[in-house]
Design a binder for this molecule. Structure first.
Ligand SMILES: [Zn+2]
Length: 196
């Protein structure tokens, strides 16, 4: 085994048997004395270092994979759990390009009383404002309590798929959402687009 003097860092090659479990030794060069154990400390240090590197590699790998999946499965996550759109809004991951390609207009809501409950649906028009054929986006519809509400005060968020797969340049489609149970007053409706 290698024994290193803590005083002058001089290295000695010593038979482990000569140390036994632990022994008081003296450096021939600088006369420092210390208690030397038979465990090869440099090997132990190296082993600890390897474990440390593995731990951090694993940590950063996990962080990277999590961020990667959050970013690239955004549409899937929103589809499964629409309120996640608030989180992506917060991160500023809204697709600006998608917004420019499409125009939403003439949005109105309608209420239907059914079994003493109020249900709301939305009607509107979606237009492909670009010069290319576009894959039909999903609509992400969110309802807030009032204008002053911050992004965190979404009351209800859902996605609505349109029946067509593609939109030609300047093509317009009328959409009407399924009825949603909405027990809130003074609602502000916000419609976003997401290409799936
Ligand atoms: Zn020494």
């Amino acid at each position: 085994m290698i024994v290193i003097c803590p005083g002058c860092h001089c290295k000695y090659s010593v038979q482990a048997d000569a140390i036994g479990e632990s022994k008081m030794v003296r450096c021939a060069l600088c006369s420092t004395t210390w208690q030397q154990s038979s465990i090869d400390e440099s090997a132990l240090r190296q082993k600890n270092h390897v474990v440390h590197v593995i731990k951090w590699t694993f940590f950063w790998f996990t962080v990277f994979v999590s961020l990667f999946s959050l970013f690239f499965t955004k549409n899937v996550i929103i589809k499964i759990w629409p309120p996640a759109v608030c989180f992506y809004d917060f991160l500023g991951l809204d697709s600006q390009d998608t917004k420019k390609m499409f125009v939403i207009q003439n949005v109105s809501n309608f209420f239907v009383q059914k079994n003493h409950k109020l249900y709301m649906g939305l009607k509107g028009e979606l237009i492909n404002a670009s010069n290319d054929v576009q894959v039909m986006p999903s609509l992400i519809i969110s309802l807030k309590n009032d204008e002053k509400s911050s992004k965190s005060s979404y009351r209800k968020v859902w996605t609505h798929d349109l029946m067509y797969n593609k939109l030609l340049p300047n093509q317009k489609v009328v959409f009407e959402t399924e009825l949603q149970s909405v027990p809130y007053n003074n609602l502000i409706c916000d419609i976003k687009l997401d290409v799936l």
